[in-house]
Design a protein around this ligand. Structure first.
Ligand code: ZN
Ligand code: ZN
Length: 269
């Protein structure tokens, strides 16, 4: 019953948004697709919306055309980020309402840095899949993640503000791990940056932060798509590489329990 109610509310909200989009009065800054709702979110200390994160990334992209990534975060929903072969900065939506920043700046191939104001736990399988999709590493069997020690947020709702602060520092060639941001000024600063259509360095203390050394994790990637394990997988009898069911053509029988049919990948058959 509960889930039905939630579904119903979702539908109603969506209809309202669609019906309102022609009304110029709902915009805060139409060129950045920011609504008055977003302004409220920013001013009232709420968890940042996808539109605010995307607007910040649009401005960073405009000023830093030598840096890749900064793609609209909504693309991660269906794993639609495009592959980045050059150095990039990207904000990601991860594990239940959390924003963090990843970057390949200064990283060897197949490695990325994660800047997470929640100094969290590991990455979800879904996030690993998103990251592997952006990197598309063809000549290595794993992806290495450097979890960089950065300043942690002081409250639940500031992860988005920090993710944009980290992204801005990275675009400006700075190392976020040694910056001691002034937490309570970040939101106002972001507000002004958006209104002025220019991302400037986020307020920080003059004294550098002492970063602890971060830690490193890694995950394996497989198949022609070079993504981590998900769903049913099959192994090639010759090269012993694993492949996703979604990515290969194989007779139905090989997916059945107790299968004895040998299967060979495209390269080996
Ligand atoms: Zn695959
Ligand atoms: Zn093979």
């Amino acid at each position: 019953m509960m889930s039905l109610n939630v579904y119903y509310i979702d539908i109603v909200d969506l209809t309202e948004v669609v019906a309102d989009t022609d009304d110029p009065d709902i915009y805060w800054m139409k060129d950045l697709m920011l609504y008055k709702e977003d302004k409220k979110v920013l001013l009232h200390g709420c968890w940042l919306t996808e539109s605010i994160i995307t607007a910040g990334q649009i401005l960073l992209r405009k000023e830093n055309q030598n840096i890749g990534g900064l793609q609209p975060t909504i693309l991660s929903e269906n794993f639609q980020f495009s592959i980045q072969k050059e150095e990039f900065v990207q904000i990601l939506y991860v594990n239940n309402s959390h924003w963090l920043t990843i970057s390949s700046i200064g990283c060897p191939k197949g490695t990325i840095n994660v800047y997470d104001s929640l100094s969290s736990n590991g990455l979800s399988t879904r996030t690993m899949r998103v990251i592997a999709g952006i990197l598309f590493v063809t000549d290595q069997r794993k992806i290495t993640i450097n979890h960089i020690d950065v300043q942690t947020k002081s409250n639940f709702s500031d992860c988005g503000v920090f993710s944009l602060a980290f992204a801005t520092s990275l675009c400006q060639g700075e190392d976020p791990s040694i910056i001691s941001y002034i937490s309570y000024q970040l939101r106002d600063h972001l507000y002004k940056c958006l209104e002025n259509r220019k991302m400037l360095s986020f307020p920080r203390r003059s004294r550098q932060r002492t970063a602890r050394s971060g830690h490193q994790t890694s995950f394996n990637i497989y198949c022609e798509c070079r993504l981590p394990q998900y769903g049913s997988m099959i192994t090639c009898e010759r090269c012993e590489e694993w492949f996703h069911k979604k990515c290969v053509v194989a007779p139905n029988a090989v997916w059945k329990k107790g299968n004895t049919i040998q299967w060979f990948c495209k390269n080996c058959s």
